[in-house]
Ligand binder design. Structure first.
Ligand SMILES: [Zn+2]
Length: 152
């Protein structure tokens, strides 16, 4: 019954966790990104900035100027209004934003994504040097997702 009122069984808390994650909007990874942030990193109710390519849009690509401008403004809003203190950047294996929009060869994909995570982290810290930034690469392994922490 798609057009009937419905109440979520999940309780609501108005307490902010003061953290945000930036990741690709690819829904195949959505639950895994939640799992990493909510369970592994203990960041329930984290703010989400889900955009195609994730941190690619904060890495200074000329092809993504409009997206970069929007993502920058959105993060600044979260920093000012939601008082975020921490940002988690997540890239994922086989990201179609890279192969289709940025025309990155699949052989170069992972290296480009890691490079972009580092560039995006610098971008975020320019917003506010006090922000803690962590980065992960989500790799598919035997039907599961491994999250590798990335040195920035
Ligand atoms: Zn993607």
């Amino acid at each position: 019954m798609p057009n009937t009122p419905w109440t979520s069984p999940t309780s609501f808390s108005d307490q902010r966790i003061r953290a945000a994650a930036v990741y690709c909007s690819d829904g195949r990874f959505g639950e895994h990104f939640d799992d990493l942030c909510q369970n592994h990193l203990a960041l329930p109710r984290y703010d989400r900035l889900a955009i195609p390519g994730g941190a690619a849009c904060l890495a200074g690509h000329p092809e993504t100027q409009h997206e970069e401008h929007a993502a920058h403004d959105e993060l600044r809003f979260l920093a000012e209004v939601h008082a975020i203190e921490r940002v988690v950047l997540i890239a994922h294996q086989g990201c179609a934003f890279y192969t289709h929009r940025l025309k990155v060869d699949t052989d170069d994909l992972r290296a480009r994504q890691l490079d972009d995570l580092a560039r995006a982290a610098k971008h975020v810290q320019q917003l506010d040097p006090a922000l803690r930034v962590d980065a992960y690469f989500a790799a598919i392994n035997a039907g599961k997702i491994n999250f590798e922490p990335i040195d920035l």
